[in-house]
Design a protein around this ligand. Structure first.
Ligand code: 8YV
Length: 312
């Protein structure tokens, strides 16, 4: 048994890189984790974690010599960081290396939803163009009013892109930030009232559950569109579905869902949504950088060096 346990759906490329550097033991499923015997668990000093299944105190207690959980991803809501801290276990994540890709995905869904590109593609493919003429007109996006919910590193990269589209940028965050003249709203409902397009870039976890509430969704209104690249849990999904179905909300572009990869079937019949399988960071380049940073954190811990990107 190795000192490093790699838990999750690692790709072959990631496995090879991991095997060459740290020779971890790989665990793909919950059953394999449960099947580890006491001696194997006692050998584990570092866990490299990938995925969104909760990993809490009960799981940590199986590893008496565990010192670090290195998460693959900037969001570490799957890991109970308080439980880790209480046991003297450090947690790391993979910030920054994925900002570009996630912000690009947000902009792509905004363009795709606002310009009806999903419908446009179908219009060409099914012969409607030749039969009926052009697609019904859609919405101008450049120069519009946009809101960012959560002005962390990814929120800022989305805002920078929207500024290049000459949009009027508004945002909500716990505190006002230094920005190039963007409008701060201390109340999330006020932000929603001020804009047509709302980009959700909050951190996940209990503190932000349903932060985009029924009231926020109502305040966005019938011309409102929600773009979410954060976590499904940050939005009151049922309230959003009700509003999308009734026309109280114009549309949504969603890369994340409550209970993913299973998606509420109500989404599947809606024409006013663009749905993506949580692939904001899913490019060869960025995933390689995330995996690199995760391995570097594990290696630093095993060598007794400072962790590169600790979160506790
Ligand atoms: C996931 C993500 O890590 O970084 C995050 O917080 O949600 C993603 O990049 C990725 O889906 C692998 O689990």
């Amino acid at each position: 048994m190795s000192a490093t346990l790699a838990i999750g759906p690692y790709t072959d490329v990631e496995r090879e890189a991991f095997a060459a550097e740290l020779k971890p033991t790989f665990i793909g499923t919950r059953a394999e984790l449960d099947a580890l015997d006491d001696a194997a668990c006692a050998a584990v000093k570092a866990i490299a974690y990938k995925g969104h299944r909760p990993f809490g105190g009960v799981e940590m207690d199986r590893f008496a010599n565990l010192g670090v959980i290195a998460n693959y991803g900037v969001g570490y809501d799957a890991i109970d960081v308080d439980a880790a801290g209480a046991r003297g276990i450090k947690v790391t994540n993979t910030p920054d290396v994925l900002n570009d890709d996630v912000a690009d995905m947000a902009i792509a869904m905004w363009l795709m939803q606002g310009r009806d590109m999903r419908q446009g593609d179908a219009w060409v493919r099914d012969g409607s163009w030749a039969e009926k003429g052009g697609l019904p007109l859609n919405r101008k996006l450049s120069g519009g009013s946009v809101g960012i919910m959560g002005m962390g590193r990814i929120g800022r990269d989305i805002a920078d892109r929207l500024a290049a589209f000459r949009c009027d940028v508004h945002y909500h965050a716990r505190s006002e930030k230094e920005t190039p003249g963007w409008t701060y709203h201390a109340d999330p409902v006020d932000l929603a009232k001020a804009v047509d397009f709302l980009f959700v870039a909050l951190v996940g976890g209990p503190a932000t559950e349903k932060y985009v509430s029924k009231e926020v969704i109502a305040a966005l209104g019938a011309r409102g569109v929600i773009i979410n690249i954060s976590r499904g849990t940050t939005i009151d999904e049922e309230a959003m579905l009700d509003a999308l179905e009734s026309g109280a909300l114009a549309g949504a572009g969603l890369d994340v869902f409550v209970g993913e990869p299973k998606v509420n079937p109500r989404f599947l019949t809606l024409d006013n949504v663009v749905l993506q399988p949580h692939q904001g960071s899913a490019t060869h380049e960025t995933r390689a950088a995330m995996a690199r940073l995760q391995r570097d954190n594990v290696a630093a811990f095993l060598a007794g060096d400072d962790l590169l990107t600790p979160v506790n």
